[in-house]
Design a protein around this ligand. Structure first.
Ligand code: SF4
Ligand code: MG
Length: 325
């Protein structure tokens, strides 16, 4: 499969006040040297505990945030330095769906206006054509024209998220970042929305970056999964290939916490200690204070993300120099 998005050495630092004082600010490395590729038509899942940098990565990809360093190539072209006009063109192709559509949908506007506005901004069609497009996306997300005159607060959580998806679809994008899009919904509604996303992907040949802290949801949706820990990628697992098991100690612990349907029930691995503050990340491998396999060099040397078995990549000294098929 061809690469749609190539992320290389992506870095995002945030300045924060030190002990409440902006005069002596310090930096949080929200995203710290992250590299991966998203292939056309796939769902790349990004998972990790809250604050690990997955949402920041998503917002960097749709250019809601400026990176501190590194590059993002979309169809081979670096998009980190685009001007306003070029950005507007790119905006048609890359979209984002947020966790809380209530926050992203203008509460004072009717759904019909919310869905038509992007078309007006991008000067797509005349009034009649725009109405057709809006009716079509509403139908595609399982709603109908009776929603046109309604306001976001008149909708259920699930209906609001359907509108959020319709708003992302209206410009006919190629790539959508989906950030915790079902986390606020009841489990029964969650599966409806997940299946809708799969159906839309199939229908339009969409590529997704699917962000979630929920491993069940990530596994259900993803072709490949990137596991983030303190702003870095610990591992990339090609779950679409049979028999691809996580090998990074952090991923193993994370995955061991969910019940398995398979016969090979994994033993539950409990993580030692708390997630360290991203303000003072540990030296060397940032996972070393919690890792049951930490060696001397893990305290000093940060492991690099390297190919492991076919399709997988891992960032851990345990697997260096190993060639395993
Ligand atoms: Fe554990 Fe060392 Fe691997 Fe880090 S590099 S995950 S500390 S074994
Ligand atoms: Mg988040």
């Amino acid at each position: 499969n061809t690469a749609l998005i190539e992320i290389e050495g992506l870095v995002k630092y945030y300045a924060v006040p030190r002990q409440g004082l902006w005069e002596s600010q310090q930096y949080v490395k929200a995203v710290d040297n992250v590299s991966f590729t998203i292939r056309e038509g796939e769902t790349f899942g990004l998972v990790g505990e809250s604050g690990c940098g997955k949402s920041t990565t998503g917002q960097l990809l749709v250019r809601l945030l400026q990176q501190t360093g590194g590059s993002i190539r979309y169809r081979g072209r670096d998009v980190t330095g685009l001007d306003r006009r070029e950005m507007r063109i790119l905006r048609q192709e890359i979209q984002i769906v947020f966790q809380d559509p209530y926050a992203s949908l203008n509460p004072k506007k009717q759904i019909g206006w919310i869905l038509e506005e992007p078309l007006i901004i991008h000067r797509i069609g005349d009034k009649q054509e725009r109405r057709k497009i809006v009716a079509s996306v509403l139908e595609q997300v399982g709603l109908d024209n009776s929603f046109l005159k309604r306001y976001p607060h008149e909708l259920s959580g699930g209906q609001r998220q359907r509108v959020g998806i319709a708003a992302a679809l209206v410009l006919n994008p190629k790539f959508i970042v989906i950030d915790e899009a079902v986390s606020a919904l009841d489990v029964s509604i969650q599966s409806q929305i997940l299946n809708l996303l799969k159906e839309l992907q199939h229908r339009h040949g969409l590529t997704y970056l699917f962000i979630s802290h929920d491993l069940n949801v990530i596994q259900y949706m993803s072709d490949r999964i990137g596991v983030m820990y303190l702003g870095r990628l610990a591992e990339i697992i090609d779950v679409a290939q049979a028999g691809r098991e996580p090998v990074h100690p952090y991923t193993q612990a994370l995955f061991s916490s969910i019940p398995q349907v398979k016969a090979t029930q994994r033993e539950r691995i409990l993580l030692q200690g708390d997630l360290p503050s991203p303000l003072t990340p540990p030296t060397g491998c940032t996972f070393h204070p919690r890792c049951p396999y930490a060696m001397d060099r893990c305290h000093q040397e940060m492991p690099e993300l390297k190919p492991y078995s076919t399709g997988n990549m891992v960032s851990c000294h345990l697997y260096e120099g190993e060639e395993i098929k």
